[in-house]
Design a protein around this ligand. Structure first.
Ligand SMILES: [Zn+2]
Length: 133
């Protein structure tokens, strides 16, 4: 069975616009949903404290308050989004953090204008991106 993450077209447009407005730097966001599925209920834009075109870091305080906000809404972080000024494939650094954060990683390429999603289990798995109304 292929894993799929489900987003609305509006959420994808929102993520692409977050990515483009952060240029030349990478942008990042948390994808919130109900714990038992991979349907994105809400995009929570986060600050890239690296302010770098090559990496992103979400400050620990920001992570804590994001998790608290999500919990207040009855939601969980089901995915991590960030952008690349290149192909939307996890870098070796991304993979290191994917090990620590084994949720779906959604990447948007600001040069190729497309998304890819991956999940790191025993191997790097390609995650399908599905749309809903
Ligand atoms: Zn990356």
């Amino acid at each position: 069975m292929t894993t799929a993450i489900v987003l609305t077209n509006e959420q994808l447009i929102q993520l692409a616009s977050i990515a483009k407005s952060a240029l030349p730097n990478e942008s990042c966001a948390f994808l919130l949903g109900e714990g038992n599925g991979l349907e994105v209920a809400e995009v929570m834009p986060m600050n890239n404290s690296d302010k770098s075109p090559f990496s992103f870091t979400i400050a620990a305080d920001d992570v804590l308050s994001a998790y608290r906000d999500a919990e207040g809404k009855g939601l969980q972080v089901i995915g991590i989004f960030h952008s690349h000024p290149g192909r939307p494939f996890p870098s070796s650094t991304d993979r290191k953090f994917m090990e620590l954060n084994p949720v779906v990683w959604l990447i948007y390429s600001t040069t190729e204008n497309r998304f890819e999603a991956h999940l790191l289990g025993d191997t790097l798995e390609n995650v399908q991106i599905k749309f809903r109304e």
